[in-house]
Design a protein around this ligand. Structure first.
Ligand code: GUN
Length: 294
């Protein structure tokens, strides 16, 4: 049976390490890390995510500022707000929660964020630094996956890593990170997507399979090699009347049939998901301590 890659436990461990560091900073009279989150509009999922980020800041002793803006804000006014936070010396990290309303260019807003404060790692400067293996803020989900592999001592050197999905947030950076000359890394990487031919066959040749396609239970047991490491980035709500909430969460991997074949696997929920907030906190600590841009 597969080793369970426990993201909940690992993320709690990381948060407790960060909280200890905040304790040291406080004791020495240093600056408490301060994250600002910009939320435009009232999308329910975004409100939940941002709420969880603010709560996590409290949990580790960070300061946080939530900037809530009306869905009808103009692009110009939003860019102005980002500039104001860029210029605020008290704020170390700045995130603009995505998605933004359709009339606002996500490229323009992302490019406006000062790379030094870009704790999401979304700006062109920081994505470029990531690709060059320079010190940078690695974005939350990819960083979370690297930490899970590291802290569960998963061997990656020389392995065939297959990434399913090519999003800017997960698939694309993951393919770069797993190929770089580092640990985790040094894999032979294949990146696949909706136009890939023979996807099943390619997936079956993976020693490490990272699934970030956004399709419920897309990966079935016949697509997985015996002994593969399986990382499931997907998260979907499906109706379930046996639950009090009326729903349950599933991933991009058909867990019950894939887990018996895998050597290690992330569950959903409790796998990659909880790691993303821990990663954001870690990047905010790096920003406050000027570790990336001294
Ligand atoms: N929307 C979904 N994931 C993310 C994330 O990691 N950061 C931001 N800012 N928005 C998101």
């Amino acid at each position: 049976m597969a080793i369970l890659i426990d993201g909940k436990k690992t993320s709690e461990q990381i948060k407790s390490e960060i909280a200890s560091r905040v304790g040291e900073i406080k004791a020495s009279g240093g600056k408490i890390p301060h994250l600002a989150a910009v939320l435009v509009g009232d999308d329910g999922a975004s409100q939940t995510y941002v709420g969880a980020k603010v709560k996590a800041c409290e949990q580790v002793g960070f300061r946080s500022t939530l900037v809530r803006l009306d869905a009808g804000i103009t692009e110009e006014a939003l860019l102005h707000e980002v500039q104001r936070i860029n210029d605020d010396p008290d704020i170390d990290g700045l995130i603009a929660q995505l998605p933004l309303p359709k009339h606002i260019s996500v490229e323009k807003v992302t490019a406006k964020i000062k790379p030094e404060k870009d704790v999401d790692g979304f700006t062109p400067a920081n994505v470029g630094r990531m690709a060059l293996n320079w010190p940078t803020y690695v974005s939350a989900t990819p960083y979370g996956i690297l930490e899970l592999l590291k802290r569960h001592e998963i061997e990656t050197s020389g392995k065939h890593c297959v990434v399913i999905g090519r999003s800017h947030i997960v698939g694309s950076p993951m393919s770069i990170l797993m190929a770089r000359n580092d640990y985790p890394g040094n894999c032979t990487v294949t990146i696949t997507h909706s136009r890939t031919k023979n996807l099943d066959e390619i997936a079956r040749s993976a020693d490490i399979l990272i699934v970030a396609l956004g399709r419920p239970e897309f990966v079935t047991a016949d697509m997985v090699k015996e002994g593969a490491v399986v990382i499931d980035v997907g998260i979907h709500r499906i109706a379930d009347e046996s639950k009090k909430s009326g729903f349950r969460l599933i991933g991009d991997v058909k867990y019950d049939e894939v887990a018996p074949k895998a050597s290690a696997i992330t569950p959903v929920p409790g796998g990659v998901g909880p790691m993303t907030i821990a990663s954001l906190l870690y990047n905010t600590l790096l920003a406050a301590e000027r570790k990336i841009y001294p």
